[in-house]
Design a protein around this ligand. Structure first.
Ligand code: NAD
Ligand code: UDP
Length: 340
């Protein structure tokens, strides 16, 4: 039995493919490489000494999916493939609904026809919306995220719930990630955003490596300790391990059908200034920064209660904020232009 990983060439997908191979799962990756490169796959193969079956294709293509499920004996699908730029989604909502929502629908239909019933979905803390109290627990109702990107995650979670009602064999997990950063400790794979990074950590490392002049810190007048926003940053290697635990858990369930959501975070919020300071101290690199106006849609702070994942999946984070910054820096220093 093989595991299909959609979006497996991307940042979180490539680290998860590596973790799956290290746990002796066989992996098939489907990726259209719209935000990644095949080099990431080659590097995971080199790191593990194992082969990855790779299909260059789109989750929105029913024919590709039909052929894939006919050719490979797929036991479960880990679904990372999505567009993820929040700001871009506000500008191009149709693109996001087509890629993320229609794409997932197409995938779920193909799985249904092929009688593949295990599904692990890359969800996000954004599904809690803008008014939930912190820390976020899975028992909170789904919120109303302001961006089409966030809305696409809520819609997909709703589709999973409806699939489970209609199809009693369907077994799904939504993993709600908080803020994934870091890189594999080898420094060989990592996050490689195209264009100007939207997220904090890649921006910091691109400033440190000299690709950008200075970091703009969006807002220093939030009601937090130092006035900057606080987030729950999680090392991508811990996050990848969460997927392996989720898959192991699904395979052990004899009675379970339906959808379970699990938060994956550390439970400890870190402010933008704390992140910049930690990076400077731990790497010895200079990161010039300036304060600029708030970014529209940013919440002051949120973090995870991940006790459900700890209790039910036996998962908890192992890596510290220091590991996150050191590993990210090793990747960026060794690959100043990413995979290029
Ligand atoms: P990424 O862009 O690095 O990876 C996504 C991968 O999916 C890329 O390789 C891309 O080429 C591929 N892809 C996109 N659309 C596709 C399509 N239609 N068909 C086939 N392949 C397609 O992003 P990531 O950071 O690794 O995120 C992975 C998943 O985790 C996404 O679903 C994202 O929404 C979710 N997530 C990410 C974060 C984060 O901060 N990185 C936080 C919460 C949730
Ligand atoms: N941030 C910042 N400058 C940047 C990018 C991000 O100050 O160039 C801040 C952003 O305002 C937020 C935090 O860093 O408070 C984390 O942002 P990111 O986009 O990484 O994650 P998200 O907003 O999705 O939680």
């Amino acid at each position: 039995m093989k595991i299909l990983v959609t979006g497996g060439a991307g940042f979180i997908g490539s680290h998860t493919v590596l973790a799956l191979l290290e746990s002796n799962y066989e992996v098939v990756v489907l990726d259209n490489l719209c935000n990644s490169t095949y080099v990431a796959i080659e590097r995971v193969e080199a790191l593990t000494g194992k082969n990855i079956s790779f299909i260059h294709g789109d989750i929105n293509c029913s024919n590709t999916l039909q052929q894939l499920f006919a050719e490979y004996d797929i036991g479960a699908v880990l679904h990372f493939a999505a567009l993820k730029a929040v700001g871009e989604s506000v500008q191009y909502p149709y693109k996001y609904y087509e890629n993320n929502v229609s794409g997932t629908l197409c995938l779920l239909q193909a799985m249904h026809y092929a009688d593949v019933n295990m599904f692990i979905f890359s969800s996000s803390a954004t599904v809690y919306g803008e008014t939930s109290v912190v820390p976020y627990t899975e028992s909170l109702a789904l919120g109303s995220p302001s961006s089409p990107y966030g809305a696409s995650k809520v819609m997909i979670e709703r589709m999973l719930a409806d699939s489970a009602i209609a199809h009693p064999n369907f077994q799904a997990i939504s993993l709600r990630y908080f803020n994934p950063i870091g890189a594999h400790p080898s420094g060989v794979i990592g996050e490689d955003p195209k264009g100007i990074p939207n997220n904090l950590m890649p921006y910091i490392t691109q400033v440190a490596v000299g690709r950008r002049k200075k970091l703009s810190i969006f807002g220093n007048d939030y009601p937090t300790k130092d006035g900057t926003c606080r987030r729950d940053y999680i090392h991508v290697v811990d996050l990848a391990e969460g997927h392996v635990k989720a898959l192991d858990w699904l395979q052990k369930q004899t009675e379970f059908s339906g959808v379970e959501a699990f938060n994956l975070g550390t439970g400890t919020p870190v402010s933008v200034l704390e992140m910049v300071d930690t990076f400077i101290v731990e790497t010895g690199q200079n990161v010039p920064y300036e304060f600029s106006p708030r970014r529209s849609g940013d919440l002051p702070e949120f973090w995870a209660d991940s006790s459900k994942a700890q209790k039910e999946l036996g998962w908890q984070t192992q890596l510290t904020l220091t590991d996150m910054v050191i590993d990210t820096w090793r990747w960026q220093k060794n690959n100043p232009n990413g995979y290029e």
